[in-house]
Design a protein around this ligand. Structure first.
Ligand code: C5P
Length: 312
């Protein structure tokens, strides 16, 4: 494998902390501020264009040595698999196999990011595992090399390998460019219904709806071509908020569409679904403003509600 120069210093990455006998990694969630699907590829995936925002809602990953040669997941969450179905498990297995490492590991996942919500929790845990093991095993892999591993694990994993608060994602979502679109941190209220959405299913529905209408309606064209890497100081968030998958998810799960309208009725203008759902988020001016709306939304037993900001 050719070593490329890392665009970011892994040593200066504040997400990664050395702890006695191991390493701890902060595993952030993401929101998609913009998501357009461009076309379907011969490999079955879809080319897309997205703007990722890393947000302060986060899981915590602790990695330590364990006896033997196997990987064990320990978690406080009943919602994630403990075996090879867990993306963090797959990440560790991939590195072990590819680099011929023989060592036992325990990966502890303190889960706060809801599962199947379009917030990238599983992908983020996988990226954190790659970052943590790179440090723990002293592998000296560059961000570019980690990104190669990330892409094999899932389309959203690469974003979390890089240390970028905001980034543009292209191709399957794994081609990442940093983006400094807004000068200030953004604050959000994120509402998550008790509903686990399968991303694969939503993409399948998208294709079906395209076939049924007999045209390419389900796909769009680039709207961020002229955005530039640095963004512009006059750019307003509301100018980019868009998610092509909303229509498809709302059709299969009408309660997600109702949630969006509910947030808008509470004053969260331009509420948007993240990824393939089920999370819907709104923009607020401050933490205080967010907490006020969150308090009202939390009266609904069917919702998990978070106030989160851009994680810089
Ligand atoms: O890459 P990941 O495993 O997260 O994707 C889950 C599923 O979502 C894929 O199996 C695929 O059906 C769909 N997908 C897609 N195009 C993308 C990303 C995901 O079709 N760019």
């Amino acid at each position: 494998m050719i070593k490329k120069k890392s665009p970011v210093s892994l040593k200066a990455d504040k997400r990664i902390q050395k702890i006695p006998g191991g390493v701890q990694v902060l595993s952030y969630a993401k929101l998609n501020l913009y998501l357009e699907i461009l076309d379907k590829r011969p490999d079955g995936y879809h080319n897309l264009e997205t703007i990722f925002e890393r947000v302060s809602l986060a899981d915590e990953i602790v990695i330590k040595r364990a006896p033997g040669n196997s990987i064990r997941i320990e978690t406080d969450s009943p919602d994630i698999p403990k075996g090879s179905g867990n993306l963090a498990h797959q990440a560790a297995e991939l590195l072990k196999k590819d680099l011929g490492i023989s060592a036992g590991l325990v990966i502890k996942i303190k889960k706060r990011i809801p599962v199947g919500a379009g917030l990238g929790g599983g992908s983020s845990n996988a990226a954190s595992t790659l970052l943590g093991l790179n440090y723990f095993w002293n592998l000296g892999l560059s961000a570019e090399e980690l990104k190669e591993y990330a892409s094999r694990l899932g389309s959203d994993v690469a974003f979390f390998v890089y240390n970028y608060p905001l980034a543009i994602g292209r191709a399957r979502g794994e081609r990442i460019e940093p983006w400094s679109g807004f000068k200030k941190k953004l604050w959000h209220v994120i509402a998550v219904p008790k509903l686990n959405v399968s991303t694969a299913l939503i993409y399948r529905d998208l294709d079906v709806s395209r076939e049924q209408t007999g045209n390419k309606k389900a796909f769009g064209s680039s709207r961020i071509k002229n955005l530039g890497t640095n963004g512009s100081s006059s750019l307003r968030v509301k100018d980019i908020l868009f998610n092509r998958l909303e229509e498809v998810t709302f059709k299969r799960y009408p309660q997600v569409g109702r949630l969006k309208r509910n947030l808008e009725a509470r004053g969260l203008k331009n509420a948007l679904m993240s990824g393939s759902g089920s999370a819907v988020f709104g923009m607020v001016g401050s933490r205080k403003g967010g907490l006020r709306i969150a308090k009202i939304l939390k009266r609904s037993k069917n919702l998990k509600v978070f106030v989160a900001e851009t994680a810089v």
